[in-house]
Design a protein around this ligand. Structure first.
Ligand code: 6PG
Length: 241
């Protein structure tokens, strides 16, 4: 089942998301000895990452057993201002004792198709026989995209490859993205949505419109829409959808 959790504001959402990250990490590490998380890019998750890098949560997470992936990446070098890897490194990864070998960035500096092929191999190696991400953190674009699965792109229809390169005409830019099958296979999917600007698209996703974000299912896991009251508009807490 999907659940809708409405929190007061963006700060409250960051705190709730960080706490849920820490709880998911503790559960995965207890059950399987490690926690595999795929981070979202964009601006929304930054404050949650910063909360994870601060006390009390920073010392609650067993970072040595945390393995980090990304849901998508812009096709730019890792030190570029648009890089999702750079954003997460500044907000979180450079501030906690996670072994660098546990951080698996998408190599945005490569040719997009080479980067996607390389990440397909790396993703399979990290996931191993289990094949499942423990926690998939996602955002929601105002056009209904998530990760870099943008409407009208080949990424929406991809059901075989776990990672693809996608040219996004609207942005005139290449992206590398995880695709719906591996996203939907995650044990937990957590969408983070804030701001009145997302209220309309969130309502459309909630109404079941066939938007890329709405196509994220959960094989037998849990899908949570964690939204602030501005984004929720008329939607209310814990409404199944
Ligand atoms: C990215 C993200 C993308 C993002 C949405 C929402 O690389 O930008 O993966 O899917 O989550 O565009 O972005 P904001 O959080 O900035 O609104």
């Amino acid at each position: 089942m999907s659940e809708l959790v409405v929190v007061s504001d963006a700060e409250g959402l960051a705190a709730e998301a960080a706490q849920r990250f820490a709880a998911a990490a503790a559960t995965a590490i207890t059950e399987r000895g490690r926690f595999v998380v795929a981070l979202s890019g964009g601006s929304t998750p930054g404050p949650a990452y910063e909360q994870l890098a601060s006390e009390p949560l920073a010392s609650q997470v067993d970072w040595v057993r945390v393995f980090v992936l990304w849901g998508d990446e812009r096709c730019v070098p890792p030190d570029h201002p648009d890089s999702n890897y750079r954003m997460a490194s500044l907000a979180l990864l450079d501030r906690v004792p996670i072994p660098r070998k546990n951080v698996h960035r998408i190599r945005g500096e490569l040719d997009p198709h080479d980067a996607a092929a390389s990440y397909r191999r790396e993703l399979r190696a990290v996931l191993g026989a289990d094949g499942r991400i423990d926690l998939m953190i996602l955002g929601l674009g105002t056009d209904g995209h998530t990760a870099s699965i943008f409407p009208g792109t080949i990424a929406v229809e991809e059901r075989k490859r776990d990672v693809v390169a996608v040219y996004v005409e609207r942005l005139d830019a290449w992206r590398v993205t995880l695709t719906l099958p591996v996203i939907s296979a995650a044990r937990q999917v957590m969408f983070l949505v804030t701001g009145a600007g997302k209220a309309a698209i969130l309502a459309r996703a909630y109404a079941g419109e066939a938007l890329p974000a709405g196509l994220v299912q959960h094989r037998d896991g849990k899908l949570t829409w964690l939204v602030d009251s501005d984004a929720a508009g008329g939607l209310r807490n814990d409404e199944a959808w």
